[in-house]
Ligand binder design. Structure first.
Ligand SMILES: [Zn+2]
Length: 119
């Protein structure tokens, strides 16, 4: 797995044991993972999650409308459409931007609803 120095962009084949960049001598705990293939795979998986959430929200909102639901939770659930749409467009944009890829952070592998849940 390749890693990329967040300060100077130096690409190493493995994380330096001291976290010190051999090129710019910077210490960093935020070395980026530099692996487009796995990043693209993660982003595609997140797109599938987002499409699933959007689908469930659409079914739920039509059911709420048809049944004239007065359950606030059922309506609140529809708000998940917003982060799901934002994430979907972001993932798609990132997948198209291979040439702009400069590595990703470890937390980028988790989908938004994990952070959303406060985990
Ligand atoms: Zn560096």
């Amino acid at each position: 797995m390749k890693v990329r120095c967040p300060s100077c962009g130096y690409i190493a084949y493995s994380l330096p044991p001291t976290h010190k960049c051999p090129k710019c001598a910077n210490f960093s705990h935020d070395w980026l993972v530099y692996d487009w293939e796995s990043f693209a795979l993660i982003r595609r998986r997140h797109i599938r999650y987002n499409l699933l959430i959007i689908g469930v929200v659409l079914i739920n909102s039509s059911a709420a409308i048809v049944l004239r639901s007065t359950d606030a939770r059922q309506w609140l659930f529809n708000l998940l459409l917003i982060p799901a749409m934002i994430s979907l467009f972001r993932c798609r944009k990132q997948l198209r931007g291979k040439s702009e890829y400069e590595g990703h952070k470890g937390r980028d592998i988790r989908p938004w609803f994990i952070h959303f849940g406060g985990l």
